[in-house]
Ligand binder design. Structure first.
Ligand code: NI
Length: 187
């Protein structure tokens, strides 16, 4: 089942998410629904807060960008309670987008190399060193679990320049090609 994607301005995107336990109800179905939602909206990653659940769960399928980023080939991941350790401090700047910020793409600096520890969908502990665009996707999605969005890494001057577009999303004026949940209206 496709789920609506919560858009920039929605307060649930700004909360720190809770760890997921093995007893979380209907977790398998939720993971399947998140993959379906991500594929439908043509994203390569989706974090649970983006569908309105403040739990530490992320789905990723980076294969669509494997042409330009070979490290992404065949990488389909479910991350439960992921933890990032930074291995390479120098930041590299590349354009990013986010399903919660439709119509926008901005340059974001991210570290190149990380060690990721996580539980996969059957709660098996996993650990891997990741680089390149795969590392970037993981950092972007894990930010969502801390209530952060890529726009927070963009310079204040740049943010000022795109303020109109950000306000349009907050005020429900941005058209979205997939089912979306806009921020509650301020009264
Ligand atoms: Ni995002």
């Amino acid at each position: 089942m496709k789920l609506p994607v919560y858009l920039y301005g929605h307060p649930l995107l700004r909360k720190v998410s809770e760890p997921v336990g093995e007893d979380y109800p209907d977790l398998d179905r939720l993971i399947d629904d998140m993959f379906e939602t991500m594929y439908y909206s043509e994203g390569v990653g989706l974090a649970a807060p983006q569908i309105g659940k403040n739990i530490r769960l992320v789905v990723i399928d980076a294969d669509p960008v494997a042409d330009t980023h070979p490290e992404c080939a065949g990488r389909k991941l479910t991350l439960i309670n992921p933890e990032i350790e930074v291995l390479e401090g120098e930041k590299i700047t590349r354009a990013e987008g986010c399903l919660s910020l439709p119509g926008l793409s901005e340059n974001v600096g991210r570290v190149e190399k990380i060690r990721l520890k996580w539980l996969d969908r059957d709660f098996t502990p996993r650990e891997e060193v990741m680089e390149g665009f795969l590392s970037r996707i993981v950092q972007h999605e894990c930010d969502h679990l801390e209530g952060k969005m890529y726009i927070d890494h963009v310079s204040p001057i740049r943010r000022q320049l795109i303020r109109g577009k950000l306000n349009d999303i907050v005020n429900g004026k941005t058209k979205c090609d997939y089912p979306a949940k806009y921020a509650p209206r301020r009264r």
